[in-house]
Structures are given as C-alpha cells and as structure tokens.
Design a binder for this molecule. Structure first.
Ligand SMILES: NC(=O)c1ccc[n+]([C@@H]2O[C@H](COP(=O)([O-])OP(=O)(O)OC[C@H]3O[C@@H](n4cnc5c(N)ncnc54)[C@H](OP(=O)(O)O)[C@@H]3O)[C@@H](O)[C@H]2O)c1
Length: 324
C-alpha cells in the first residue's frame, strides 16, 4: 500500500511516500481502508521530533471502511472512525491507504456525509465534546471563554457550546477573525493576550475557560474564573514550554479548579470511546444542525503542502486529506 513515512525528524521533506506492506488482520484490532483523515498539531510535533513517541507512519485519526475485524466487534464494510490508541505514536497511523487500530479506539460513524466532512469529526469533536461536557461540565446559560478559538479545536468547541445554549467569549490574536467567530455564535471576542484576566470585563464572573493557548496562560485562565469556576487545559498553541518557577502559593487564584484533558486516554478503561456521542455528532452534521465542513481539503499526494499550511496557521479551521 501507499503510505507517507516519517523518514527522519525535521521539516516538510521528512514526509516521504513509500510502498509498505498492508496491515494484516489481528485479534483485538480493526483493519480500516482509509477514505480520509484529519490533520492535527500532534503530527507536526511528531514530525519535528518534539514528542516522546512517533511511529514511522504518522496520523492519529481517520475515517473509512472496515476491511477486517477478527473479533467481529465491527462488521466488515461498516463505516467507522478511528482515533488515538497509539495511532501514529506507537503503531503506524493513518497517513496511508490502510491502518490497523485497536477495537477500543474505533467507533461506528454511519451518517450520510461526504468523507471529507466525516474526517473532520473524530479527534477534534471527540476532544472538544469531552472537554466541554465532561471536564468542564458546562451547562446552558453559563459563560465560557475559549482561548485560541480560531483553531479547529476551538471552532468545534464554540459550535457545540453555542448549540448547547452556552454563552461564549472567544479569543484570537487577530481582530480580523472576530467576525468569523461571531458568525459561529460567539457572544463577543477578545484579543488573546497573556494577561487577559486583567482586561476582560467579565473577570471573576466566568464559569469556565477552555484553554487551548496552554501553559503560558494557565494561571491567567484561573485568575478570570468566578469562585468554583473551572479551566480545562487542552491545547498548547502558545508553545510547549513548562510554566517557569511555578509557585502556587504566590501565583494561583483561590477557590477555582484546573482540569486537563489529553485525547491519548481515549480507549483506556476510564475513557471509553463509547462515552463520546460521535454518531450523534455526525448525525447532527448530516441533519444540518452542526457545520463540520473542513476549512481545507487536500489530496493524499499533497501532505507536505498540508503540513506547510498547518505550520503557518493559514488553514483557519480543520484540514483533512481525502483519498482519490
Ligand atoms: N488535548 C487534546 O487532546 C488535544 C486534541 C487536539 C488538539 N489539541 C491541541 O489543541 C490546539 C489546537 O489544535 P488545532 O489542531 O485545532 O490547531 P489549529 O487549527 O492549527 O490552530 C490554528 C490557530 O492557532 C492559533 N495560534 C497559533 N499560534 C498561537 C499562539 N502563539 N497563541 C495563541 N494562538 C495561536 C491561531 O489563531 P489566531 O491567529 O486567530 O490567534 C490559529 O488560527 C493545539 O495545541 C493542539 O495540540 C489538543
């Protein structure tokens, strides 16, 4: 089969096309004929060698058709999504014609949508849904700040929060992107800045923060919450550096909660994929209640261009690759 192999850590030329053997059927696993796959920041970090683990074939998610499933958990020919479970990290991932994912990390996704739209759902929407409705336990009428809202993750969270009746303040570094975020339902926007808590009018009245800017603003996110409010740290758009000289006694806001979510836990015992209503999300998209259309669609032979666009923040939403 054709696969995009990470030949070395580094720039765009690290991604090379090779013919490698197709994955064989294996107990506890599903071999999937990949129809399309979403692109993720994780794959940039893996390509650059910034993460502890990177498999030769990158790609942490895909959608496609079941080719084999020896345990019978999924019927051959079913339309499925696969995400995480070591894909692209410890086992070969989705940058290929076929992949083999653990059963625990596969879900039926049968909605009548084009592959490009289905491919935009698994990782982004599963993670955004979990952060909003599990970690933050956000509810109708509450006030949520999404930091890094123009990211594909941020936009997915914004759309689902708005559909759930949540009031959202969205941040971006560019004022030109306010209109887009407001069109998606944000009540208003703020320019993202490291000391936002000192400038936002609703400081100390905010119920929840979905923090995708990350370590560099963790403490600032906590500082804008009301007593009992929660911040969910789930993205690192501001960089991967740890919080320098962290001293909770001097730096932390009182009476607030910090929670973290990393999608690598999907499929483990505490975080079964069945917890996430992926099928319902896809059904809502097919019914026109949720717009999951990707911002950019690339062909399989355009992976370097796709990574370039992701690296330069030009995508303005989810990017997917579709097989011909
Ligand atoms: N926790 C998890 O399991 C999980 C799962 C998926 C993704 N993530 C993480 O979530 C983040 C978003 O991922 P994505 O794939 O959705 O990203 P993406 O779509 O590529 O995000 C692009 C956006 O990031 C913003 N941005 C770039 N650099 C920034 C900076 N220094 N400070 C603030 N904003 C910046 C830009 O917004 P503006 O130019 O408009 O400011 C740009 O529109 C990433 O850090 C990713 O690793 C985490």
């Amino acid at each position: 089969m054709r696969a995009i192999v990470l030949e070395k850590f580094g720039g765009l030329d690290s991604l090379v096309y090779q013919d490698i053997p197709e994955p064989e059927p294996k107990a506890g696993h599903v071999v999937i004929e990949i129809k399309a796959f979403g692109l993720n920041h994780a794959e940039l970090h893996m390509r650059r060698g910034e993460w502890a683990e990177a498999a030769p074939v990158s790609g942490i998610e895909c959608v496609g058709i079941v080719k084999s499933c020896p345990g019978g958990e999924f019927p051959v020919g079913a339309k499925v999504a696969a995400l995480m479970g070591g894909l692209g990290r410890t086992i070969n991932g989705s940058y290929a014609q076929y992949t083999r994912a653990p059963v625990s990390n596969v879900a039926l996704i049968e909605a009548d949508l084009p592959w490009a739209e289905l491919a935009a759902i698994p990782e982004t929407y599963a993670t955004a849904w979990t952060c909003l409705f599990r970690n933050l336990e956000i509810r109708k009428g509450q006030l949520l700040v999404i930091r890094g809202a123009t990211s594909s993750f941020g936009q997915a969270a914004l759309k689902m929060a708005v559909n759930a009746g949540v009031r959202v303040i969205a941040t971006t570094r560019s004022r030109e992107r306010f209109a887009h975020l407001e069109k998606l339902g944000a009540e208003r926007c703020e320019i993202e800045r490291p000391d936002l808590s000192k400038h936002i009018a609703e400081a100390k009245q905010i119920d929840a923060v979905l923090d995708l800017v990350g370590n560099s603003v963790v403490l600032d996110s906590l500082a804008m919450l009301r007593r009992g409010g929660r911040s969910c740290l789930a993205g690192w758009l501001g960089g991967l550096d740890p919080i320098p000289d962290f001293n909770p006694l001097l730096q932390m806001a009182s009476g607030v909660y910090l929670t973290f979510f990393g999608s690598f836990v999907f499929g483990t015992s505490g975080f079964p994929l069945s917890d996430v209503p992926l099928g319902q999300i896809a059904a809502d998209a097919a019914a026109g209640k949720l717009d999951v259309k990707p911002a950019r669609v690339f062909r399989f032979d355009e992976i370097r261009e796709a990574h370039r666009v992701m690296e330069s923040n030009e995508a303005r939403g989810k990017m997917v690759v579709v097989h011909d």
